[in-house]
Write a protein that binds this ligand. Structure first.
Ligand SMILES: Cc1ncc(C[n+]2csc(CCOP(=O)(O)OP(=O)(O)O)c2C)c(N)n1
Ligand SMILES: CC(=O)[C@@H](O)[C@H](O)COP(=O)(O)O
Ligand SMILES: [Mg+2]
Length: 624
């Protein structure tokens, strides 16, 4: 059946009663394909029928389907002619794991970060109406993404709309972990309420009874609900916000989905179709552990076991540290914005459930919530991915830093992240955090230093951020373990001529570069900066004597990074040293392996070595 799908709208040539067979084929394809490349398996398995129904009802690329986050868009990619590209999913030069407008005219909004689809959809709707165009706009949002504040800002803005805007709520009761909070409880009440059952039947019964869907169908349903307002009516929250609610609908019954979506398409106003799906559907290991298969590496389909086993990660080190600190400090609390598993904070949750807060996908709230906790006498640790913290910039600045509050930011995925690509690369935090007055920013060179930095951060008073990369923790330079002192760098090796000033993940590279340089007769100094803010200007000033070259190395963008700050300092102080800056260039680096992304940015041992040789030995001919 899948061989009949080669371009957008091919699905419409398949009779409705055969669509379940196509769904089976798609699921088989997804499991087989993702087991080889890795990817977001469970969310995609759950959204197969929903995506098929959307493609059946709407005309692409004229109509616009906007996927929230976008991690569930694989069936959409298959149905729009990209099936054969799945062998390259999330690989360098291959298709992205998220919708990308550059990849297909059927991708209408680039995804990656959560809770944006309703705002983007409403923007399309307004543009359509103003320009007198006729296409339809559908935003597909998960129950997890619906915990994000932007979604409500958009719903608020969509009130009283007089033209069609369809929101599909794909509710599987899961974020990455189990969805939590008030909205999740509300949705669960709708799903399970006995009062709802009768009403659900009546919605579908009415649709079933009408052979040709009447124009006024939705209005009739709305009137019926209004007259029953004194009961607990499913979706009344949305209705009260001015959004027509349809559902809940079984998200694996394609025929019903097509009928309800066709009806929603006719409605003049904002309509929300509440679709119930099962995350991981069709693959038992993913149904049993949707969190583990939310995003996965390559795995064996038979056993469900991962093909690669990673060694201790920085996330593991953080998890152990924060748990230990939780035992020592009874006022330490952990906060996550729906990333308990990814950040390792779930280990703290197991030990101290009453001191753990999953606030939903609400990074802005998490930061100001932490500010309140700090003022109330707690030591909050907000564990968050670097790229997602970007959302909460104003809150970090005004609510935490201006009030000099002791909030600890545990910033995971700082640096390149590989397969998720440019939306998830955490290569801006050193710039956006160090420019805030009073913010202390650290980055560890290895596993032990991360532990030491958390000990330091808990004893510190004031806002403090520790950033560390995705993946395996570096276990070299174990013997270099000077105590952490505020604003002080660690001198790993004192040489002469050239000094490499590196931070975090790049200290390992600096050590490798210095070893290579020995072969060229250069005894380079190696500095582990440790603090990005405040920088150790005393040491920098001291090193300017005896070194004609500084190579600064950071896995962060050049603009506003530590390299620029050191260059600025040496110029202001008129220090007799040339500063070479190795940092992420001024462009978005696409998905690839982390090694390759670093190479694209010039952050690899060969390039760094060449940069020093070019300065120290002008006759040097670069390798390759
Ligand atoms: C701003 C932001 N924070 C966190 C994430 C990480 N994240 C990606 S998907 C997801 C869960 C989304 O749940 P839901 O919308 O219900 O989709 P499902 O996976 O259940 O299909 C989270 C927390 C993100 N992409 N963006
Ligand atoms: C879609 C999304 O934002 C997350 O699922 C993300 O892909 C997780 O990344 P990690 O694999 O680094 O936890
Ligand atoms: Mg969900």
């Amino acid at each position: 059946m899948l061989e009949r799908i080669n371009q957008p709208n091919d699905i419409k040539k398949i009779p409705v009663d055969q669509l379940p067979l196509l769904a089976e084929d798609i699921r088989r394809f997804l499991i087989d394909s993702i087991s080889k490349t890795g990817g977001h398996l469970a969310s995609n398995l759950g959204a197969v029928e929903l995506t098929m129904a959307l493609h059946y009802v709407y005309d692409l690329p004229e109509d616009k389907i906007i996927w929230d986050v976008g991690h569930q868009c694989y069936t959409h990619k298959i149905l729009t002619g990209r099936k054969d590209d799945f062998a390259t999913l999330r690989e360098e030069g291959g298709i992205s794991g998220f919708p990308r407008r550059a990849e297909s005219p059927c991708d209408t909004f680039d995804g990656g970060h959560s809770s944006t689809s309703l705002s983007a959809g409403l923007g399309y709707v307004k543009a359509r109406d103003l320009l007198g165009r006729k296409y339809h706009v559908v935003s597909v949002i998960g129950d997890g993404a619906l915990t994000g504040g932007m979604a409500y800002e958009a719903i608020n803005n969509a009130a009283n709309l007089k033209s069609n805007f369809t929101i599909v709520l794909n509710d599987n009761a899961m974020s990455i972990s189990k969805n939590v909070g008030g909205i999740s409880e509300y949705l669960s009440t709708i799903r399970t309420s006995p009062k709802y059952t009768g009403l659900k039947d009546s919605v579908l019964d009415q649709l079933e009874k009408i052979p040709e869907l009447g124009d006024h169908m939705v209005e009739r349903i709305r009137r019926t609900k209004s007259s029953l307002k004194h009961l607990v009516i499913p979706g009344m929250f949305f209705e009260d916000m001015g959004v027509m609610y349809l559902g809940p609908v079984d998200g694996h019954n394609i025929r019903n989905l097509i009928r309800v979506l066709s009806e929603a398409k006719r409605y003049k106003g904002t309509v929300l179709v509440h679709v119930i799906t099962e995350k991981g559907k069709g693959y038992q290991p993913a149904v049993s552990h949707p969190d583990k298969y939310h995003g996965t590496g390559a795995f064996d389909v038979g056993s469900g076991m991962a093909l690669k086993h990673s060694r201790t990660t920085y996330t593991d080190v953080f998890a152990a540290s924060v748990r230990k600190l939780g035992t020592l400090h009874h006022n330490l609390v952990g906060i996550t914005a729906a990333m308990g598993e990814g950040t390792g904070l779930e280990s703290f949750e197991q030990a101290f459930p009453e001191r753990f807060f999953d606030v939903g996908i609400a990074e802005e709230h998490a930061v100001t919530f932490a500010a309140g906790l700090a003022l109330g006498g707690m030591i909050p640790v907000f564990a968050v991915y670097s790229a997602f913290l970007q959302r909460a910039y104003d809150q970090i600045m005004d609510d935490v830093c201006m009030q000099r509050l002791h909030v600890i930011f545990a910033i995971d995925r700082a640096g390149f992240v590989g397969a998720d690509g440019r939306t998830h690369n955490g290569v801006y935090d050193l710039s956006y955090l160090t420019m805030i007055p009073g913010m202390t920013v650290l980055a560890p060179k290895n596993a032990w230093e991360l532990e030491d930095m958390f000990d330091f951060a808990v004893r510190f008073h004031g806002p403090v951020a520790i950033r560390y990369p995705r993946g395996q923790a570096y276990i070299g330079l174990k013997e270099e373990r000077e105590p952490i002192r505020y604003g002080k760098a660690e001198l790993i090796h004192r040489g002469k001529g050239a000094a490499i000033l590196a931070i975090g993940s790049m200290v390992e590279f600096a050590a490798d570069v210095s070893e290579r340089l020995i072969g060229y007769g250069i005894d380079a100094t190696v500095v582990n900066l440790r603090f990005a803010s405040p920088l150790d200007y005393d040491l920098i000033r001291e090193l300017a004597d005896g070194h004609s070259l500084f190579l600064t190395v950071e896995e962060n963008c050049r603009k506003g990074g530590i390299g620029e700050q050191i260059l600025d300092f040496t110029e202001k102080e008129k220090l007799p040293v040339h500063v070479e800056i190795a940092a992420v260039p001024d462009r978005f680096i696409p998905h690839a392996t982390v090694e390759s992304q670093r190479r694209m940015a010039g952050l690899d041992v060969e390039t760094l070595t060449d940069r020093i040789l070019r300065w120290m030995k002008p006759d040097h001919v670069p390798e390759g």
